[in-house]
Design a protein around this ligand. Sequence first.
Ligand code: FES
Ligand code: FE2
Length: 356
Amino acid sequence: MGMFLKNAWYAAAWDHEVTTDKPLARTILNEPLVLFRDTSGRIAALEDRCCHRHLPLSKGKVIGDILQCGYHGLEFDTLGVCVRVPGQTRVPPGSRIRSWPVLERFQFIWVWMGDADKADESLLPNWQVMEDSEWAVVKGDPPFRIPCHYELFNDNLLDLSHLAYVHINNIGTSTVPDFPIVTTKTENTVRMIRWIMDSPPAPLYARFGGFVDNIDRWQYAEAMVPSYNTVRVGCLPAGCGAQPGDHPDDFAVVSGGRDAQGFEFYNLNAITPETENTTWYFYAHSRNFAQDDPNMDEEFSRELRGAFQEDVDILAAQQMNIDRHAHNPKEWIDIRVDGPGLALRRMVADAIASES
Ligand code: FES
Ligand SMILES: [Fe+2]
């Protein structure tokens, strides 16, 4: 335990959570950070510990371009350099605190927790759909804080058979596990695809799409090391031309009818370890129907947050049970749907091993 991949971007906050008027405290990978935004909009991620007497800087104030400690007023710039000590002209040598590279992209604030010179934008997940006007975006706000190890959540998002049990009242149907999955891998991604053909619509699908009869439904989940997961799901009325094996992109062109008859949405999931036993869960939805309807924004976001709360409850109970049996640990039994999750666990373990 205690092992996290350091050289990676982690979602630390939503863009709107980091403001120019007050600092935000957030712990990531066991590092207590303080985030703030200067007058030019630049974001700082600093160690949440004043170099003077170690008060959390998140108890201080943002004043223009600096963060002022709330105890004796030392001032720090966005790189963590102490630029002023009240009552003296000289700043003692070594008066600085650690800073981490930050990116603001796709409405998330990302922090690079490893070596600054290895920070590489191309390692972000490609979430352009957050900025595509054809898709209506709703952010999951505030992020969930889940009392579980983050890899339990990685497993959850790569195994959508659980919709039949955990989410049967909203996005699940009992038929989901009857349909096999196809797993594909690259060096740092695992993709799980399932087509659920000619099955009744889940309750929320029926409501959002007005479906009465059976639908063909697709689930695409693509996870990337260490813990980003892009889930793309959608459906068409059964028999409208969807075929298992189609990619939704191709399929929209072939059918020409997706927008009229069916719908799709993305769940973009950024999972950030807080500690070994706690996890930040940032998610957003992007949908291709009722894009300009604020009521749908509200309903969609409320219903899916309710569904994700069901995952949070499961993961918390799972972690609690692992912990209370710590005196008597047992190996897990694996079943077929675990394939993608196990593949991602191996990739993350290899990446961590190659760092140390
Ligand atoms: S503890 Fe921060 S100024 Fe003294
Ligand atoms: Fe779930």
